[in-house]
Write a protein that binds this ligand. Structure first.
Ligand code: SF4
Length: 353
């Protein structure tokens, strides 16, 4: 886009950055009937229009009015890599030049899009490549929606995205307002049309955000727990200093109390850090009574990492102890490891592609 184009867009509002309610207010302000807002909203999110001129059932006069106020902006996919297991990682450039990554994960009967919610991340989890570069900024709703549209262009015509996980770059609950607006469109039948139970927000443990998500939405929650005592968790996840395990557990119980919900507990197994049989038993005790399932994730090692993955024997033993304790527990096979697309490996830099 030329400089003139950029300057024009600075003055215009991106329609992909607006919820239905926000569009309705703007369309009302133009003196138009409410159904016009539904038409525009459907063109933007359901039909994926990339330009206002495509809205052929909207009168020419209104299209011209809209063009003076709005534009439709997306993310610009610059690089795509496909793993031997079918996982697709793509890097997108944002309007201000920053880059983010997203991942499409095909599994039996479903196709999951892993969406980034921030450029970088401020949480500083020490085992995570994404967090090692710090936070650049929050993503807008349009930049999250842009990842969905970009992903749709990468899949075959007979495929569709069935699930979305907000588990890419960033801490979604640290960007709560934009994430919540994006979620409203993700689950709106007139928007992206995913059902609530196919959408999961993952967090490192931001307690106030978990409470709000429980009260304000019906989507699923995944919590990256990764340790059973505060000392270990603080060492690998600095967020634990602010919200220790007890506060986090309380927030998860409250979340589950809103309707018939359960939480997914993510537990990255790091060799000699959090993978002992004693810790497996402590985890079973900690989770007792919480409606949850546990995903055990053998750590995905990367070059600069100072951690190693737990051995397969330790992973099996950890799994068995939890299972014997009656816990729903799964060992997650990492997807896209050969293209650095696995959990905690997204970096948003072209050099990693
Ligand atoms: S694990 Fe998640 S929250 Fe922690 S630094 Fe990485 S991206 Fe951020």
């Amino acid at each position: 886009m030329g400089q003139a184009g950029i300057l024009r867009q600075v003055a215009l509002k991106n329609l992909r950055d607006m919820t239905y309610q926000e569009m309705l207010a703007d369309v009302n302000a133009l003196g138009e009937k409410p159904y016009r807002a539904s038409q525009v909203y459907s063109w933007v999110f359901h039909r994926g229009a990339t330009d206002i001129s495509e809205m052929t059932d909207v009168s020419k006069t209104l299209r011209s009015k809209l063009s003076g106020i709005f534009y439709i902006g997306g993310v610009n996919v610059e690089n795509v890599r496909t793993s031997s297991d079918g996982t697709i990682k793509f890097l997108s450039r944002l309007e201000d030049g920053l880059t983010i990554e997203s991942v499409l994960i095909p599994e039996a009967g479903r196709l999951t899009l892993c969406v980034s919610t921030q450029a970088g991340c401020a949480m500083g989890c020490v085992f995570c490549l994404t967090g090692s570069g710090g936070l650049d900024r929050n993503l807008t709703m349009a930049e999250m929606a842009g990842q969905v549209f970009a992903a749709k262009l990468l899949i075959k015509p007979d495929e569709r995205i069935t699930n979305a996980v907000l588990m890419g770059m960033g801490e979604p609950l640290a960007n709560y307002d934009n994430v919540s607006r994006f979620l409203s469109t993700l689950v709106d039948p007139a928007g992206f049309g995913l059902s609530h139970n196919k959408v999961t927000v993952s967090t490192a443990g931001l307690v106030p955000g978990i409470r709000r998500l429980g009260q304000e939405t019906k989507v699923n929650l995944a919590v990256s727990l990764n340790a059973v005592d505060d000392a270990t968790r603080e060492r690998i996840m600095p967020i634990n200093r602010r919200w220790p395990i007890e506060a986090l557990m309380r927030a998860m119980r409250e979340f589950c109390a809103h309707g018939k919900r359960h939480v997914t507990i993510e537990y990255v197994l790091l060799k000699n850090v959090n993978d002992s049989p004693r810790e497996a038993m402590q985890l079973a005790a900690l989770l007792k009574g919480l409606p949850c399932k546990v995903n055990l994730i053998p750590f995905n090692e990367f070059d600069s990492s100072r951690f190693q993955s737990a051995t397969p024997e330790r992973v099996s033993l950890f799994h068995k102890i939890l299972m014997d304790a009656g816990q729903a527990v799964f060992v997650r096979s990492s997807k896209g490891v050969d293209i650095l697309a696995a959990c905690g490996q997204l970096r948003g830099e072209k050099s990693v592609l």
